[in-house]
Design a protein around this ligand. Structure first.
Ligand code: SF4
Length: 88
């Protein structure tokens, strides 16, 4: 059986809630830092980047510019005239 990362994290969260008497606060305050599930006890990927809105906007703008540079939108003169192509 193959399991996705999200499914696995969900299982870890359920295990940690079970360990913490079904209390999210107990899981939050878990003192067992040596437990192999400790870093993923919230059911979230700890390696996933969390960006501030400003940083996310800056990265989005950089990506938009890179895409435009790689695949520029044709100007009005460069676009084929649909009326002349479809008319008979
Ligand atoms: S990290 Fe380990 S000890 Fe802490 S709640 Fe999860 S399973 Fe229990």
């Amino acid at each position: 059986m193959t399991m996705t990362k999200a499914e696995l994290l969900k299982l870890v969260r359920a295990k940690c809630l079970d360990c913490g008497a079904d209390s999210p606060k107990e899981v939050d305050l878990c003192p067992v830092t040596g437990c192999s599930l400790y870093t993923v006890r919230f059911g979230k990927d700890p390696t996933k980047r969390v960006l501030s809105p400003e940083k996310a906007a800056a990265l989005g703008e950089r990506l938009r510019k890179a895409r435009t540079k790689k695949n520029p939108t044709p100007t009005a003169e460069e676009k084929p005239n649909r009326l002349t192509l479809t008319s008979r």
